[in-house]
Design a protein around this ligand. Structure first.
Ligand code: G1P
Length: 292
C-alpha cells in the first residue's frame, strides 16, 4: 500500500528573468493567463487532485503570492458594498482552507533541487507532489496531477509527468533514459538534466509535475551541483534509482510552457478560446490581425 499524497510543494522563488521587465517587481507566478495568475491554476490543480497542504517555497519579492491566497478585507467589503457579489465570490473561492498553506523561504537561488529540499521539514516522511506553475496543463478529464496520483497508487516510487519534445529542445529539460515503455508509462534507469541533443538519452522529457518519495531529501542534502552549477532535482532522482523506481506518465492533456513568451501567449489564446464569454471576440481579433 502506498501512502496517500497529501502535500504539495510549489517552488516559487525563481527570479523570472525571461519575463523582464514584467517580473521586475511582480513574481512571475502572478502573470495572468486570461484573468487568473499561473500559481492559482497550479493550486487549483492540486486541490482537484486531493492535496490537503500547500507549501510555497518563496524568496525575496514574492509577498504578492502570499497576499493572493489571503483575505483582502478592504477589497471584499468594497465589492460587497457596491453589490458586486460575483466578483466578491471570485476572490473568496480562491482561498485555500485556513491552516493549510505554509511558506518557507529559499534563501539563496541554488536550483530546483535546493528549493524542494527547503520544504523537507514540512513534508516529513511521506510522498509529496511538486508543481511548477510555469508549466500550465489543460486537460479535458482528470487534471494532470490526479492522473499521476492514480498511477502512483498502483506503482509507488517516483512518478513524473513526461512528454516527447523535439530533440533539439532537450537542453531545456530533464530527460529520461528509458528501460521499459508501454506507450503510456516509461520507466527510467537514469535521467540527465538539460542534455545537449547529441547527448540526450531520449526525447522523453520531464514536465513540471512530480510525485516524489521522501528519500529524495537525503540525496538533495548532499548539495551536489549539476547543470548550471545548481542543485538539480533531476540528478537527485537519478541517483536514487533503482532503490526508488522512477516512472514517467504521458499524461492526457496539453501543456503550455508559460516560462517562454510564445508558450505564454499560446496559453492565453487557448484558455480564452475555451471561454464562452471570450471565444467570439478572440476569434474576431485573431482573424483581423492575421488577415493583414
Ligand atoms: C525544470 C527541471 C527540468 C524539467 C523542467 C520542466 O527546469 O529542472 O528537469 O524538465 O523544469 O519544465 P526549468 O524549466 O526550471 O529550467
Amino acid at each position: 500500500m502506498t501512502k496517500p499524497v497529501r502535500k504539495a510543494v510549489f517552488p516559487v522563488g525563481g527570479l523570472g528573468t525571461r519575463f523582464l521587465p514584467a517580473t521586475k517587481a511582480m513574481p512571475k507566478e502572478m502573470l495572468p493567463v486570461v484573468d487568473k495568475p499561473l500559481i492559482q491554476y497550479a493550486v487549483e490543480e492540486a486541490i482537484e487532485a486531493g492535496i490537503e497542504q500547500f507549501i510555497f517555497v518563496t524568496g525575496r519579492g514574492k509577498t504578492a503570492l502570499e497576499d493572493h491566497f489571503d483575505h483582502t478585507h478592504e477589497l471584499e467589503e468594497t465589492l460587497l458594498g457596491k453589490g458586486k457579489t460575483d466578483a466578491h465570490q471570485v476572490v473568496l473561492d480562491l482561498l485555500p482552507n485556513p491552516g493549510t498553506v505554509f511558506y518557507t523561504r529559499q534563501m539563496k537561488p541554488k536550483g530546483l533541487g535546493h528549493a524542494v529540499w527547503c520544504a523537507k521539514e514540512l513534508i516529513g516522511d511521506e510522498p509529496f507532489a511538486v508543481l511548477l506553475a510555469d508549466d500550465l496543463i489543460k486537460t479535458k478529464g482528470d487534471c494532470c496531477l490526479k492522473q499521476m496520483i492514480k498511477v502512483h497508487q498502483e506503482t509507488g516510487g517516483n512518478v513524473v509527468a513526461i512528454e516527447e519534445v523535439p530533440r533539439e529542445e532537450t537542453f531545456k529539460y530533464g530527460v529520461l533514459n528509458v528501460t521499459k515503455d508501454d506507450g503510456r508509462i516509461a520507466q527510467a534507469c537514469g535521467l540527465v538534466e538539460k542534455p545537449a541533443p547529441e547527448n540526450a538519452p531520449s526525447n522523453l522529457s520531464i514536465i513540471g509535475r512530480y510525485i516524489l518519495q521522501p528519500e529524495v531529501f537525503a540525496e538533495l542534502e548532499k548539495g551536489n551541483l549539476g547543470a548550471g552549477n545548481e542543485i538539480q532535482l533531476t540528478d537527485a532522482l537519478a541517483n536514487i534509482i533503482p532503490s526508488v523506481e522512477f516512472r514517467g506518465l504521458r499524461f492526457e492533456g496539453r501543456r503550455y510552457d508559460c516560462g517562454s513568451k510564445l508558450g505564454f501567449i499560446e496559453a492565453n489564446l487557448a484558455f480564452a478560446l475555451d471561454r464562452d464569454d471570450l471565444r467570439d471576440g478572440v476569434e474576431k481579433i485573431i482573424s483581423e490581425l492575421t488577415s493583414k
